[in-house]
Design a binder for this molecule. Structure first.
Ligand code: ARG
Length: 275
């Protein structure tokens, strides 16, 4: 690939510390309630991620964790914010449903004036990914296809529906990451998508970075990029060189404890896009 000069732009993120993280129920194939979770380690790994964002010049806001909501650390699922407009979440499983109100309350308390309470099920940035041209939207396991039309109406951007077919990749953000939201550069794992959705992705992003299975299984696509630095699970070793070849600086993070809940870097990070 031709050398492209990448540029980081400052971001604002919303995160929620995993002080009450546990795996007491199983709503995705990664979650095994029989496996113990080391909460102090989860917190230390999460703090590493938060501090890394801050050292890169990004702003991290913190949401107050609630003891009865062990998955609240996965803050990406609580809403989607594009151009300062907030589309709240509505969770597929009752265990997580109260998280939606906690997020709405935070947005209202922090001066967001366009806050839309959803009619249809959507799990925030778990299933919505924002590029400069589109909102990519997963469906099949969590978000209702009807939420795609709702997102298009709220954001006024074209929403592209993508069908997820492998339960390990139950959210779009476990199978696809936006690397550069100014030039529409993405990486994804084709095996997570239906044949038709794979064809759509090839058509929209012919130069995308294509991930191999071992990196997808390490949740390597659950990554966050500021346009230059790409924070991703350190076990996804096969993605590092391809990212460097495209001009990015990959930064490996260890979120092994949170992987027991079925999430990693991106799941812990909701981006607050103001403009
Ligand atoms: N245990 C959570 C669930 O299954 C994990 C969510 C991960 N978040 C994400 N954005 N993929 O709902």
């Amino acid at each position: 690939m031709d050398h492209v000069a990448r540029r980081a732009t400052p971001r604002r993120y919303l995160m929620c510390p995993p002080v009450h993280f546990k795996v007491t129920y199983s709503i995705n194939p990664w979650m095994d309630p029989a496996k113990p979770v080391d909460v102090p380690l989860a917190v230390a790994q999460w703090e590493d991620l938060r501090d890394r964002y801050r050292s890169l010049g990004h702003t991290v806001e913190e949401l107050e964790p609630r003891p009865d909501l062990p998955d609240m650390v996965f803050a990406a699922n609580g809403a989607t914010v594009v151009d300062g407009r907030v589309l709240g979440a509505s969770f597929a499983y009752p265990e997580r449903q109260p998280e939606a109100a906690a997020h709405l309350e935070w947005f209202r308390a922090h001066g967001f004036r366009h806050v839309h309470e959803p009619t249809h099920i959507n799990e925030g940035e778990g299933d919505f990914a924002v590029t400069s041209s589109y909102v990519l939207a997963g469906r099949g396991f969590r978000a209702s296809p009807l939420s795609h039309g709702e997102a298009q109406e709220v954001f006024g951007r074209p929403v592209i529906g993508l069908d997820l077919v492998d339960p390990r990749y139950y959210h779009l953000d476990t199978a696809l990451a936006v690397l550069d939201d100014a030039t529409d550069d993405v990486m994804y794992y084709p095996g997570a998508f239906s044949p038709g959705s794979q064809a759509v992705l090839r058509r929209l992003f012919p130069d995308a970075l294509i991930a191999e299975e071992p990196d997808a299984v390490a949740l390597g696509l659950n990554a966050v990029s500021d346009g230059l630095h790409v924070l991703l699970p350190q076990a996804a070793v096969g993605l590092f060189q391809p990212l460097r070849d495209r001009g990015y600086e990959p930064i490996g993070m260890d979120l092994s404890e949170l992987l027991k809940g079925g999430g990693s870097v991106k799941c812990c990070t909701q981006e607050l896009r103001q403009h």
